[in-house]
Design a protein. Structure first.
Length: 731
């Protein structure tokens, strides 16, 4: 009998598939199911990609499959196709893409099934027992009584304080029996929406525009641009209602885990349907249960972060991606996908409507609106009682400054505090100071593993590197000359807190940054306390910028944005504009009018003028025009190849070799190699090579053609490299 072979994708960093032989008389495993196979000295779990293949190698040398794990594909065909497409688009090994998309327990080889629980039932013999038979065994009597009305779950029996030994005794006597039951949830029904709001005209137009395409299952993409507080969430809720009513599922993607509880709360208040949330804070088993409920249609609403884009759904009718401009939809390591772009692809493949919502849409999405690929919906007014905030710029050149706080800002803060309101001070730098500096010789507290300074953390009494996490105690003397004249440089949130406490005494201060919210639950607690108005003064990093509602805040101040004004990153202006408006959106959400203050040394800078006087849309139109002239994304395609190695030379030589092999390629410009902006991290030197093309196709084809040769370059033995398609971050 001749052998049969299958082609398998394995979670290894090689852009190729592997052939394995089936054991004699084994049934052909399904495409999309898992197999356990030998790989080198290890056993790996892989995914069957093709059946009945003719192997490329000598069949005699091909190893057999160890074990077939699935009788059915893990994913429905639509998700399988999305994953295969993503592996091609991002030029990432298919096995790694598939294992990334699978729940951890499935990746590790467990069967994808609902949790099983133990149930106890009376047997015929057990039913015949009378209390008198057990006069001297009260525990046994209690257990029999508990089961008299029908089977009970083990947890119920445990809650009755019946000892395990009693259970065992009755099992041995065969008076009771056990059975495993699956915790598969019931099917759900839509029972209407609780207290929908009366929509304003713009909201009503948006909801109406979505109605018919959603009914038809058209893969329409809507960009819903609405200033903070304009009622985007109400639009989502009302667009969802008819979808749920048809029995279809809705998927909602949010940028970060911190936003999921708030989102879940709002959606569960409106609809009495099962909601699952999928994010990195869950245990592996909770994640698998949620994944199954989504796949089988048992969950009506699925709320998750980036990776939830790969969650299979039995019957999806609508997907919503909130804060679509947010960078966290892009995975920055390993499989570097963009969940927003995959959502668009998935909508087309699966046939459902997609809403991209933001107060500050990405330039990519605005370009897609201009190209008529997306439909544009706008909410220009704040809904409900909130009023539009007022913007002001403080020229730092004219001011006395202490710890980054101008006198004018402190005076303004005092006014808002005296009126009983809250103020929010935004500074995207945690710690006390960016560095420790010797006043006599100029020595700086550098990290010895990174090309970066170590941050001074006064409250924890240490120096910490924010790039590799290295820590050491604060030196008393200069590492260069031994002087004791050490001074701090660059202001962090701790220092702002200290100075505010001194300059505006008597007001409670809550600092929200990564250091103050390290323990599990601390962030949610802090955000709650902030929203409740427990602290008059809030100081925060970007953690407070996203989506959280602080109804009593009437003053928001951004301390330091000057770094972004003259950055070499072509996206810096867009990021600053988005951050500015996101932070500004925290002010004046309730009845109170808000003020947004920006401190800068460059009040005349066109970007600042544009933002303060004309708003985001105006800025975005001008920025898109600039990108077009400069042939930058979204009007060009880019790929970034990064290398790193413990030797500087090895990191550079690898990219030189790659650049050399690309010489003479048409329609793709190769720029570099050049050192990465952070030239060394955690002891490794880092280089970059940028590939730029006016059209996506030549870039894609070039990579398709040359990547296999890159993998074989001898220089890869001394340096690691990675590929980033549509890079967002050039650090
Ligand atoms: P966004 O998501 O755009 O920031 P929200 O949906 O959170 O805005 O709405 C902001 C506030 O306005 C919320 O308190 C919400 O309840 C209220 N709101 C939204 N739509 C309406 C409406 N049509 N009528 C009255 N209040 C509304
Ligand atoms: Zn010194
Ligand atoms: Zn470091």
């Amino acid at each position: 009998m001749s052998h049969q072979f299958i082609r398998v994708a394995l979670p290894v960093p090689l852009r190729r598939l592997f052939d394995y032989r089936l054991p004699e008389r084994a049934a052909m495993p399904v495409v999309g199911g898992r197999v356990r196979v030998p790989f080198g000295q290890r056993q790996l779990i892989g995914f069957v990609v093709e059946q009945n293949v003719t192997p490329e190698l000598d069949p005699e040398t091909i190893k057999p499959v160890t074990e077939v794990l699935d009788q059915e594909p893990l994913w429905p065909l639509s998700i399988w196709q999305l994953l295969v497409w993503a592996a091609r688009y991002y030029h990432h090994p298919l096995g790694d893409v598939l294992s990334h998309a699978a729940p951890a327990l499935v990746r590790q080889g467990q069967l994808p099934r609902y949790e099983q629980t133990t149930w106890y039932t009376l047997t015929k013999e057990g039913e015949a027992v009378t209390p008198a038979d057990l006069a001297r065994a009260p525990q046994q009597q209690r257990l029999l009584a508990a089961l008299a009305n029908g089977p009970a779950e083990a947890s119920v029996v445990r809650a009755l304080d019946i000892p395990a030994s009693t259970v065992k005794t009755l099992l041995d006597k065969q008076w009771i029996s056990t059975e495993q039951r699956s915790n598969e949830p019931q099917n759900w029904v839509f029972t209407g929406a609780n207290d929908p709001l009366q929509l304003n005209t713009e909201q009503a137009v948006a909801v109406a525009a979505m109605k018919a395409p959603l009914e038809r299952g058209d893969p329409t993409v809507w960009l819903l641009e609405g200033v903070t507080g304009s009622g985007k969430t109400e639009v989502y809720l009302q667009a969802m209602a008819p979808v749920l009513e048809r029995g279809q599922q809705v998927v909602i993607l949010v940028p970060e885990i911190g936003l999921t509880p708030q989102t879940v709360a709002r959606f569960s208040k409106r609809f009495n349907v099962p909601i699952v949330s999928l994010h990195s804070g869950l245990t592996d088993s909770e994640r698998l249960q949620g994944w199954l409920q989504a796949r089988d249609g048992k969950a009506a609403i699925i709320i998750g972060t980036r990776s939830a884009i790969f969650t299979p759904c039995q019957n999806i009718g609508l997907m919503i991606l909130d804060e679509e401009h947010d960078n966290s939809f892009k995975q920055q390591d390993g499989f570097r996908y963009n969940a927003r772009d995959l959502a668009v692809k998935r909508a087309h493949q699966e046939g459902f409507g997609l809403v991209l919502g933001s107060a500050t849409p990405s330039l990519e999405s605005l370009a897609n609106v201009a190209a008529k690929r997306y439909q544009y919906l706008r909410l220009t007014q704040r809904a409900g009682p909130a009023q539009q905030a007022q913007h002001a710029v403080i020229d730092l050149k004219q001011q006395r400054i202490e710890s980054g706080l101008s006198d004018q800002l402190l005076t303004t803060m005092a006014k808002h505090l005296q009126a009983g309101n809250q103020v929010l001070i935004f500074l995207n730098r945690r710690g006390y100071a960016s560095a420790l500096l010797c006043h006599e010789c100029g020595w700086v507290s550098e990290c010895h593993r990174c090309q970066a300074n170590m941050t001074l953390h006064q409250f924890d009494h240490l120096l910490q590197c924010h790039h590799c996490g290295a820590q050491k105690s604060i030196p008393r003397q200069c590492g260069g000359c031994g002087s004791t004249q050490l001074v701090s440089q660059g202001i962090g949130t701790e220092q702002v807190q200290e100075t505010i406490a001194r300059r505006l005494p008597g007001y409670g201060i809550l600092r929200i940054d990564r250091d103050s919210t390290r323990r599990k639950g601390q962030l949610a607690e802090a955000l709650n306390a902030a929203a409740e108005g427990d602290y008059p003064i809030l100081i925060g990093t970007q953690m407070v910028a996203k989506g959280h509602h602080f109804p009593n805040v009437t003053l928001v101040a951004l301390l330091d944005v000057d770094g972004a004004l003259y950055s070499s990153d072509f996206r810096a202006a867009e990021r600053l504009a988005q951050l500015y408006l996101q932070v500004a959106g925290r002010a004046g959400r309730a009845e109170k009018k808000g003020t947004v203050v920006l401190q800068t040394h460059h009040p005349e800078h066109p970007l600042i003028q544009e933002l303060v006087n004309n708003g985001y849309s105006h800025f975005a139109r001008a920025a898109l025009e600039e990108r077009k002239l400069a042939l930058l994304p979204p009007y060009a395609a880019m790929a970034l190849i990064r290398s790193e190695a413990t030797s500087k030379d090895a990191a550079e030589q690898l990219l030189k070799a790659i650049a050399n092999s690309l010489q003479g390629v048409d329609n793709v410009t190769v720029i570099g190699p050049m050192p990465a902006p952070l030239g060394r991290r955690a002891g490794r030197y880092r280089y970059q090579l940028l590939l730029h093309a006016e059209q996506r196709a030549p870039l894609h084809n070039t990579l398709m053609h040359y990547l296999p040769t890159f993998e074989k370059l001898p220089e890869t033995r001394k340096a690691r490299w990675s590929l980033d398609i549509d890079p967002q971050d050039f650090a």
